[in-house]
Design a protein. Structure first.
Ligand code: MN3
Length: 203
């Protein structure tokens, strides 16, 4: 079987001015597609019984040793971007409420506290990588995790429900070196109904 990426549901221009159309196009049609295609090429002819990319990552050590790093890089890239493009939308003012939000507020005193910790993680991450909100394998202990390159929380059994891409390809055309502004913009396009849906899917 081939793994197919989950695309952003709107037009490339839908997220302007927060994310510009050219960045969305390149990000989804070049980078995201590239991870998908390289993952599928690496897995061609390899026997496994996993139906989701998340399960492949969770059990990556069961794969042949010579393709594991390629699967970490490109399977992680596929899963991370699937999550990123699934939890943002152009609909403004989606309330911070629902099942996933209850998980978040079980850990952080307020939305602002959560946002501050997430923002600090994203602005202080050195080089290319991601910041996630994840829970542990028992769906407990919500926490923020920073990972380098295209590593996925699933590699260590943690389940992400929100993820921010802080590779320069995600923001450089519009924000150049101003990563903090990009992180601030991200909070304007998080679709909490979709984050709630991610939580329903993993719990
Ligand atoms: Mn990216």
């Amino acid at each position: 079987m081939k793994f197919i990426r989950k695309k952003f549901e709107g037009d490339f221009s839908a997220l302007e001015p927060h994310i510009d159309a050219k960045t969305m196009e390149l990000h989804q049609e070049k980078h995201h597609e590239g991870y998908q295609n390289k993952l599928n090429a690496a897995l061609e002819g390899v026997e496994h019984s996993h139906e989701t990319i998340e399960q492949v990552l969770l059990h990556v050590e069961d794969l042949p040793a010579d393709i594991q790093q390629t699967v970490v890089n490109n399977g992680g890239g596929l899963a991370n971007h699937n999550l990123f493009f699934s939890t943002i939308s152009e609909v403004q003012g989606i309330p911070f409420e629902g099942a996933a939000v209850e998980v978040i507020t079980s850990k952080w005193d307020s939305y602002d506290d959560f946002r501050e910790e997430f923002t600090n993680a994203a602005t202080s991450l050195f080089g290319s990588g991601w910041v996630f909100l994840a829970v542990d394998e028992n769906n407990e202990d919500p926490h923020i995790v920073s990972l380098p390159n295209q590593e996925s929380p699933w590699l260590s059994g943690h389940k992400p429900i929100l993820g921010l891409d802080v590779w320069e390809h995600a923001y450089y055309l519009n924000y150049q070196n101003r990563r903090a502004e990009y992180v601030e913009a991200f909070f304007n396009i998080i679709d909490w109904e979709k984050v709630n849906a991610e939580w329903e899917k993993i719990k």
